[in-house]
Design a protein around this ligand. Structure first.
Ligand code: GRG
Length: 438
């Protein structure tokens, strides 16, 4: 294994990868092998988990166990303690452990399942129908085109996260009497799926894709011009649904997502000349293209639950870290999975000129990849050589370790909320993201 992962060195290259490390700049981390760091941290994490183990105080009490947020009083937010800060080497190492489950010591409610899909299945069952009703229009072509992807064939990952987060925050804040998401929060889950779908429609135009979810994509069936308008239409209807919630803060949060999506797509069109800046550029792009939607939607439902700033931040950080992990796994699957499983061509990123995490890791060992990255794998043989380099190195494992780091941070964040089946489901979801095959 290429044990010495160079981005551990001080400076531009590693700080944005593990933002938590920014607070310390511990010189001993320089050039420390990822394996060694993970081994050491596993031990220290076990100690931290032991120390943090304790019972959750009943709703209404302001004090809670170390590392967990007290309940918020409405949206004033002045009773919450600041989030646990990562200030020491031990704490930093604690987020680098390999076992996600080890941090789940505050026992989940054993009576209720923490299966993410099952928990919100009732609320999800009518989601696509409700979205199709929003998109109802007199023009039958536009209606059919905009309904095309709301057929229950997608993973519906984003609405599921949003609904679970809504319920976890509501429980923490005592904001819902029936344990379900509030109507406004459910609307955010619909809006998140609509924004996601609009971006897929546009993405397929930009990438000149043929298939998506195992069927011909909209632009393939109806041409690029109508596909662009369909994406615009879905986006517009989602914006109207957003405005109808009547909360200015939430409108600002979800509008930021749209800006991020466009900026992220723009960033993907360019390549950083400076090798040291490439990983940071890739992760920033990943946040904007994929994680921003989850992060801001999660914050929006925390706002709607009356969560104080700290709870909002927990929700945002969970969505952000889970979203980055989701994209890292997506980028790995592009090298590992099959078209049949994914419902879209694999090995596609290199052909589109994109250098994702596996290639960036492989370039540590094969510096000749850097020239190919710069010319976006445009010369004959580039794609094949890059694929070979990824196979020959441990770059896929390194990408997975990175995804695990983000999932671990997502878990650490969400565990600051009061324990509930939904909170446990959000923890379970991090493992599902890591182990997904499509
Ligand atoms: C129109 C809002 C808007 C944006 C235009 C084209 C563009 C700017 C952004 C592209 C964003 C994009 C497509 C990011 C990819 C995110 C991603 C990993 C998609 C795959 O998500 P899955 O696997 O898909 O959840 P399913 O099919 O299950 O929904």
């Amino acid at each position: 294994m290429a044990t010495s992962v160079r981005f551990w060195k001080e400076g531009q290259r590693f700080l944005p990868i593990f933002p938590q490390l920014c607070v310390v700049r511990e010189p001993n981390h320089c050039k420390m092998s990822l394996k060694k760091l993970c081994r050491q941290s596993r031990q220290s994490h076990a100690r931290i988990a032991d120390a943090k183990d304790g019972s959750w105080t009943a709703p209404g009490k302001l004090l809670c166990e170390p590392g967990r947020l007290p309940h918020c009083r409405g949206s004033q937010g002045n009773v919450c303690r600041p989030l646990l800060q990562l200030n020491t080497t031990t704490q930093i190492r604690s987020i680098c452990t390999s076992s996600l489950c080890s941090s789940q010591k505050s026992s989940p409610d054993p009576r209720t399942p923490s299966d993410p899909f099952q928990l919100v299945s009732t609320e999800m069952s009518t989601l696509y129908n409700d979205i199709r009703m929003e998109l109802a229009t007199f023009g039958s072509v536009l209606r059919d085109m905009s309904h095309y992807y709301f057929d229950g064939q997608g993973k519906a990952f984003r609405p599921m996260v949003v609904l679970l987060m809504s319920r976890a925050c509501n429980f923490h804040n005592g904001a819902s009497e029936n344990g379900l998401a509030l109507p406004s929060q459910r609307r955010i889950s619909m809006i998140a799926e609509m924004i996601h779908t609009a971006s897929l429609v546009h993405d397929d135009v930009i990438d000149e894709a043929d298939t998506r979810r195992g069927k011909a994509c909209v632009s393939n069936l109806h041409g690029q011009r109508k596909a662009i308008l369909t994406g615009d239409y879905i986006l517009t209807v989602s914006s109207m649904a957003l405005a109808s919630i009547g909360n200015k803060d939430v409108v600002i949060l979800l509008s930021q997502v749209i800006e991020d999506l466009v900026r992220g797509e723009f960033m993907q069109l360019g390549t950083k000349e400076d090798e040291d800046e490439r990983f940071a550029h890739y992760l920033k792009k990943t946040f904007k293209k994929t994680a921003s939607l989850l992060a801001h939607s999660c914050r929006a439902v925390a706002v709607l639950s009356g969560g104080c700033k700290e709870v909002q931040e927990v929700a945002y950080q969970y969505g952000k870290n889970l979203g980055i992990a989701f994209q890292l796994v997506d980028d790995m699957l592009d090298f590992m999975s099959t078209e049949e499983l994914m419902g879209k061509p694999t090995a596609a990123d290199l052909k589109l000129g994109l250098a994702t995490a596996p290639v960036l890791f492989a370039s540590e060992k094969y510096p000749e990849l850097n020239a190919m990255i710069m010319r976006r794998f445009s010369e004959p043989g580039d794609v094949e050589l890059a694929r070979e380099a990824v196979t020959k190195t441990e770059s896929l494992q390194q990408s997975r370790i990175l995804a695990e780091q983000y999932c671990r941070e997502a878990v650490r964040q969400i565990q600051q909320l009061a324990p509930s089946p939904e909170r446990e489901a959000l923890v379970t979801l991090t493992q599902k993201v890591l182990n997904r095959k499509k």
